[in-house]
Design a protein around this ligand. Sequence first.
Ligand code: FAD
Ligand code: SF4
Length: 459
Amino acid sequence: MKINRYREKSLSADFRKTVFDEVAFTYDEDIAVKEASRCLNCKSRPCVSGCPVNVDIPKFIHLICEHNFFDALNVIKETNQLPAVCGRVCPQEQQCEKYCVHRKAGNSIAIGSLERFVADFSRTNVTENQIIHPAIKRKEAIAVIGSGPASLTCAVDCAIAGFNVIVFEALHELGGVLVFGIPEFRLPKNIVHFEIERLEKYGVEFKLNAVIGKTITFEQLRANFDAVFIGTGAGLPRFMDIPGESLNGVYSANEYLTRVNLMKAYLPESDTPIQKANNVVVFGAGNVALDASRTALRLGAKNVTVVYRRSRNEMPARAEEVRHAEEEGVIFKFLSMPVELLSDDYGSINSVRCISCVLSDPGTDGRRISVPLANSDFEIKCDMAIIAIGTDPNPIVKKHFTGLATNARGMIITDENAATNLSGVYAGGDAVTGVATVILAMGAGKTAALSISKYLKAK
Ligand code: FAD
Ligand code: SF4
């Protein structure tokens, strides 16, 4: 008998679009063991090579079958220190689950949900976590700039290798996009805080409200530390360069989500100002665009329309988020491009003029370009627009990190070992690649930690 993948349960769409509670529930023990027992423990282990940090997936799944959830967590933590986060936000359908042999039947093992189950089970069932204490304590000190997944991974791996590590974070909270970008209903902040507190036990020191390049100079860090890791992310929003982008009611997704998540504008008692609108248009179709649209729904919008110039097939967002957004009533306007944001008499946005597009044949890079169709203009009425078409690295890096090589878009240039052009300075995550994924940022942090360790030991 064919057993279908055990799907996660979730709150009903009608209810969840009124609250910020997490949408999907974790598996219970019984379902987790049943799902795990579908794993064939393939000799070739294709799922492992699909994971950017090579978690030993068959091994941890086998331990779940044996009800040995704590050891399953320890197996994951050998290469991934943020399993509760990754189990929730990794695009598994493009990574490990894409290579699972059951995929051919549309039935991959739910690797992400199992990872999440193991992390959640351990969090709610133990008080003391297993910490790896370094065998040898070394005297060298490493400065880590930023506290997103790239920096946190690099910091912990360096601490495990015995180095003294200080993390400098510009904001008043640790976690990077995990706290200021991804909303509560996808990644509850108590889970991020728990994972970070666990990392603190490795002896990493954290300094908040420390903007490197402003409050402390890059040169000061280089002079006082034996090595530096830069994980400053890509927090500078891109705009569309069309008329009307500075009207009242037009937000970058960055600003909108930071107000709601980091500054807690969604809580009734919060004094962070946030505009509440009835008709919201969101530009873009990645995770950021969907997070912004679903947040707008939860803040009371009656209609939320996502405008995307390509088709559903090209949407970069996680499949689960697209499904959840559709269930909650987000409207998708594909093959459409905004050309102008229009204003009422008071300088506030009241509609968006768009044009329809068709997709070209794939170019040599396989990408299909959207080509505007003549005389196909149409308008969407709205009282708020959110721009979520991508971000670039913060210009502070290019401007104030003297001598550091960056490309034309301000991304830091590194080699395959995460080394920059400056001796002892390493970088990784979105600051190097542009916006990518949590797990890729973590992979870069791991590579950098290994390189830093080799560099300092050789020195
Ligand atoms: P960040 O997480 O951006 O962290 C950088 C940190 O550096 C920040 O805390 C910043 O304040 C700090 N910093 C910057 N400059 C300085 C300075 N000069 N001094 C000190 N500190 C500084 N990825 C997924 O895999 N799945 C998802 O579902 C997903 N959803 C997303 C939703 C949103 C809304 C966003 C914005 C991104 C999403 N991503 C998702 C992408 C993912 O979050 C990023 O790829 C990842 O967080 C990059 O990690 P990072 O460590 O490079 O940088
Ligand atoms: Fe199990 Fe799928 Fe990995 Fe095979 S590919 S070991 S079935 S998770």
